[in-house]
Design a protein around this ligand. Structure first.
Ligand code: GDP
Ligand code: IMO
Ligand code: MG
Length: 428
């Protein structure tokens, strides 16, 4: 096993950061392949907390080379701040590289993200306002600025002049806001290029060489399948390919190099931002889960919407990703619930769905059909093996495994590094 992808399998915030940090102990490279600073991956080590937004969560492992792949949209200001913080906490950021092909999140992307969200009114997506959507729009409309462009002041000026003229027409004529200054942006971003010069490189070639040498490579997904631009609850999604398919195009590794895809689920489900969520609990139970799981955003601090485990969405995601295995995180959060529920199908006006409908209107009408399981009412955080988990927790997990039609590999019972039970051997 040399290449493993770890992907979000719900609406994000499943605990990918924690899992990546642990699995990275067995890796040589950890690679982010999509998204941007909209991600917030929290890792807790010896009581110290780290929140990764652009930097791969493998960074705490000193022997690991970390890569921000070509599929990521990079806000250089956010990246430099993050690097500064990590350096201040004693980490060597010299082993962090950014693809020269990665697109840059520019100030007009961040401004337009907000203006577009405001103009959607009631239909707002609830974006993180990190400029992600507008940056991917420019990438696909072929007017983006890439990391390599930051290294050449003349190229940067020429590209920026064309793009900014167009953006300023949008900003002033559509939204009635003040235009942005070419000179200011040029000098600020050329400066970022200088500061990041040693880190910007052909990471695709680096990874291909590493793969050829049999190095162990971990691909770290951000966001999750239900936020995927193709397969998520469109249009309430992010703007990248979050699924395993995106791991190849976003890193430069060939698709067949990825030998194992592991999906990350929570023992329940959460969502931040707008859009349908069939198992959402808008009651006291939802509030109990939010409190027990501390479900507040790592990036924006917003309250996360909470609900029971959705096996309909879960199985759909397992198939889209071709999951070889999966992890269940935050099992401990359900320790004090008398009963726990799993959604096994949706019902909408007399129709029954056992997979996620594409039509948003259908999706909005979907009501969950639940199975109810007895809770375990026992603390799980001290458990270090499958056999030490309470019997009812094991039944609950095995039922999820059956419904997802894929193999349970890991169970997480606490936020701290090491609070993880390996159910089947590590694929890396
Ligand atoms: P990510 O975006 O998928 O990396 O997830 P986040 O970091 O945004 O959110 C997951 C939160 O749950 C973080 O605060 C983690 O520290 C925490 N966490 C991860 N695994 C566990 C677990 O097994 N139990 C508990 N109680 N917390 C966990
Ligand atoms: P991690 O990697 C949870 C959500 C936003 C919004 C939608 C679009 O920590 O799991 P965007 O700013 O991407 O255009 O917002 O996607 N979203 C996330 N939700 N976890 C994330 O990342 C998210 N990144 C974006 O809340 O609904
Ligand atoms: Mg997160």
């Amino acid at each position: 096993m040399t290449v493993l992808a770890i992907v979000g399998a719900q609406w994000g915030d499943e605990g990918k950061g924690k899992l990546v940090d642990e699995v990275a102990a067995h890796a040589d490279f950890v690679v982010r392949y999509q998204g941007g600073a909209n991600a917030g991956h929290r890792v807790v080590r010896d009581g110290e907390e780290f929140a990764f937004h652009l930097t791969p969560a493998g960074m705490l492992n000193p022997g690991v080379t970390c890569i921000i792949g070509n599929g990521v949209v990079v806000d250089p200001r956010a990246l430099l701040n993050e690097m500064e913080e990590l350096r201040g906490r004693g980490l060597d950021v010299g082993r962090l590289y950014v693809s020269d092909r990665a697109h840059v999140v520019m100030p007009y992307h961040i401004l337009l993200d907000r203006l577009e969200e405001d103009s959607r009114g009631q239909e707002a997506i609830g974006a993180t306002l990190r400029g992600i959507g507008p940056a991917y729009v420019d990438k696909f409309s072929r007017s983006g600025i890439r990391m390599a462009d930051l290294l050449d002041v003349d190229t940067l000026r020429a590209k920026l002049a064309v793009t900014l003229a167009q953006k300023n027409r949008m900003i002033t004529q559509i939204y009635g806001e003040s235009p942005l200054s070419l000179e200011e942006i040029h000098s600020e971003y050329a400066g970022y290029g200088q500061r990041l010069r040693a880190h910007i490189t052909d990471t695709q070639a680096m990874l291909q060489t590493a793969y050829g040498e049999g190095k162990r490579i971990l691909l770290e997904g951000a966001q999750a399948a239900l936020l995927d631009v193709d397969f998520g609850t469109y249009p309430y999604v992010t703007s990248s390919s979050t699924v395993a398919g995106g791991a190849a195009t976003g890193s430069g590794l060939p698709p067949r190099a990825i030998e194992h895809v592991m999906g990350v689920y929570k023992a329940y489900i959460t969502r931040v931002g707008s859009g349908p969520m069939p198992t959402e609990l808008r009651d006291e139970t939802g509030e109990r889960i939010r409190k027990a799981g501390n479900e507040y955003g790592t990036t924006t601090g917003r309250s996360r919407r909470c609900g029971w485990f959705d096996a309909v969405a879960g199985r759909y995601v397992a198939r889209i990703n071709g999951l070889d295995s999966f992890a269940v995180m935050k099992l401990d959060v359900l320790d004090e619930f008398e009963t726990v529920k799993i959604c096994t199908s949706y019902r909408a006006e007399g129709r029954v769905f056992d997979s996620m409908p594409a039509n948003l209107d259908d999706m909005k009408l979907c009501e969950p059909v639940y199975e109810e399981w007895p809770g375990w009412m026992t603390p799980t955080s001290q458990a270090t093996s499958w056999d030490e988990l309470p019997e009812n927790a094991r039944h609950y997990l095995r039922r999820i495994e059956e419904l997802l039609e894929t193999r349970l590999a890991m169970v997480s019972v606490g936020a701290s590094h090491g609070d993880t039970i390996v159910v089947s051997p590590l694929p890396l």
